[in-house]
Write a protein that binds this ligand. Structure first.
Ligand code: PLP
Length: 418
């Protein structure tokens, strides 16, 4: 686990009662294919605690109305809940609520930055540096931007362990670079990137930095003031919240300077055919009716995490990852893909020459949900000359029993193929 100051989960942690926490996640307590569910796909999306499900139900049962525009009681309640959610997100990030833009998820947040921040600034010959560790969501928006402006997307390399090559990155940060986009944690390898060092390199050259926190926020959290980046993106559904809601955090001065990227209701101050003026930030970037219940659910998720404490969650997950790594390596024929200096949330692996899709299908029959494929990170697969890996990913509700079930299921798969 990371110990940087930008990442919020330090080493010290309160005691953690995983059985009590698991009891709070209804979806974990079911059978699939006649076997107890072992959910090891939390990097794709986490299960939701009762507190989140109830907060969403309560909103629709009592407070449902549109926000910002009504003077009636329900609209005022909905607005209060929505803006309260923004304040909760701001606390989670250690940010000003005016710097918190609600979006659909990390993907939309990055596209917003590419189109609104990047497009007016980039010209032919400019460069956007990304890393080879990125999810497609932090590559393709920059490629679209590059296609529209004549700029280039330049990948920073990783080594055989799956760690960023910092010296190579530094060499790439030349005068043509207008933005650096880097993930906090790789969803395919679990690599925790050395954000402090990376951001320091960029800042020394005046290069704005976007951090993709989709996998980092759930395991490490973030303090955007300490981070020193310009943009931070994350998705609610990977952090025990609902799908359809996420956050773009951006420095206020950027948001003030950036043009709106979608037009519609709520993002305007006044509209006429002669002249339209825009709302203040962050509303300038929230055109149309937002996902109000989603924001309420996300706030409930962040409150839930805060009540347990990210340090306790991080310590629990780190212990489990170490156990899982050792248990997998003890299985003959298992190879880990990526052995980074710091890992969070994810183990990617191969078992002999069994295709990862076959493996995932077979272990699913044992009730074990893992993922197989390129994990929306094909450049990483290309780096390791692979088409796919199997991936087990962990969350606060994961247990040693889950790891044991995975190991049993892998042994069964090996037997089947031998
Ligand atoms: N970035 C990373 C590292 C991810 O793992 C993901 C999703 O898996 C995303 C971005 C995109 O998140 P979303 O699909 O929620 O927008």
């Amino acid at each position: 686990m990371s110990t940087t100051t930008a990442n919020r989960a330090p080493a010290a942690a309160a005691p953690f009662d995983v059985a009590a926490r698991r009891a709070e996640f209804p979806a974990l307590h079911q059978q699939v294919h006649g076997k107890p569910l072992v959910y090891l796909d939390s990097a794709a999306t986490t299960q939701k605690p009762r507190a989140v499900i109830d907060a969403i139900s309560r909103f629709y049962e009592r407070d449902n109305a549109n926000v910002h525009r009504g003077v009636h009681a329900l609209s005022e309640r909905a607005t209060k809940a929505f803006e309260g959610a923004r304040a909760t997100v701001a606390r989670f990030l250690n940010a000003d609520p005016r710097e918190v833009v609600f979006v659909r998820g990390a993907t939309e947040a990055i596209n917003l930055v590419a189109q609104s921040f990047g497009r007016p600034r980039l010209q032919a010959g400019d460069e956007v540096v990304v890393t080879t560790l990125e999810h497609h969501s932090n590559i393709v928006p920059w490629q679209l931007l590059a296609a529209a402006t004549g700029a280039r997307v330049v990948p920073a390399p990783i080594d055989d362990a799956g760690d960023l090559e910092l010296a190579a990155l530094e060499r790439l940060l030349g005068p043509k670079v207008k933005l650096l986009a880097v993930t906090q944690v790789s969803n395919a390898l679990g690599t925790v990137t050395p954000l402090e060092a990376v951001i320091a390199l960029a800042r020394a050259r005046g290069i704005p930095v976007l951090v993709d926190g989709a996998q980092g926020a759930p395991h490490l959290g973030v303090d955007v003031k300490a981070l020193g980046a310009d943009f931070y993106a994350f998705s609610g559904h990977k952090l025990y919240g609902p799908t359809g809601i996420g956050v773009l955090w951006a420095r206020r001065e950027h948001l003030e300077a950036m043009p709106p990227w979608q037009g519609g209701g709520d993002m305007i101050r006044s509209v006429s055919f002669e002249k339209t003026t825009f709302n203040e930030v962050p509303y300038k970037f929230e055109a149309g009716t937002p996902d109000i219940a989603g924001a309420v659910g996300l706030a409930a998720a962040l409150d839930y995490v805060a009540a347990i404490g990210l340090p306790a969650i991080a310590a629990h997950e780190a212990g489990l990852l170490r156990e899982a790594e050792a248990a997998l390596l003890a299985i003959p024929g298992v190879r880990l893909v990526g052995t980074p200096r710091q890992r969070a949330g994810v183990l990617s692996f191969l078992v002999g020459d069994i295709h990862p899709h076959d493996l995932a299908t077979i272990v699913d029959r044992q009730g074990v949900a893992i993922r197989a494929g390129h994990h929306c990170a094909q450049p990483i697969m290309q780096r390791f000359k692979l088409a796919a890996t199997a991936r087990a990913s962990f969350a606060l509700y994961s247990t040693p029993a889950d790891v044991e079930a995975l190991v049993r299921a892998l042994h069964a798969a090996i037997k089947l193929f031998s």
